[in-house]
Design a protein around this ligand. Sequence first.
Ligand code: HEM
Length: 191
Amino acid sequence: MIAIRNTTRFWGAGAQLLHWLMAAGIATSMVLGWVMVNMPAGSAQFRLYALHKSLGITLLALVALRLVWRWINVTPPLPDSLPRHERWLAKAGHRALYALMLLMPLSGYVINSAANFPLNVFGLVQIPNLTPASESLGDLASNLHLAFFWGFVAVLTAHIGGALRHHFVLRDNILRRMLPVRHASDDRSRS
Ligand code: HEM
């Protein structure tokens, strides 16, 4: 059984659930965003926009919860065997991911607010607009939303590549400690 909270060796079930739920949500928002802006205008496009925005606002709430959960839990340290520059890269990458998990939905929220468009999350909760209506602010937020998307793709590629390298090349437990599976050697060594 995996504990809900983190330990000094493993991410707990709470952190794992938030990690994988957000990974699926972010991938889905990226695909939805890309498809909806490139499809013909009409009711199907309108429904995809509404779905994209609802999912994005849900991800914004989830990243806030994730940051609180991280703050009130211990963080399993990186293995001592990791060279200093790799440790630095991993930490910088994680900070960039948290920044993008906030900036991506916030810039989308500003696009919608500046267009003075009503925002209803999954038809359940009405969310107030963040900013006054403004075409120039909307254009700026739209350019940033696209730039953050490409930044996100770059950092996520490095993040996923790093996790796979640890698992298949270095054969340590870095990927396994974010999965609900354990290996006999996980309980003996930290690397
Ligand atoms: C993690 C969350 C999000 C991701 C990964 C994401 C991703 C994307 C992507 C890939 C596009 C296509 C970009 C382009 O080709 O211009 C897009 C467009 C868009 N997104 Fe998001 N998005 C997120 C959150 C949000 C939120 C919360 C809202 C609004 C409440 C939103 C509103 C929009 C709008 C209105 C567009 C069309 C942009 C335009 O017309 O210039 N997004 N998004």
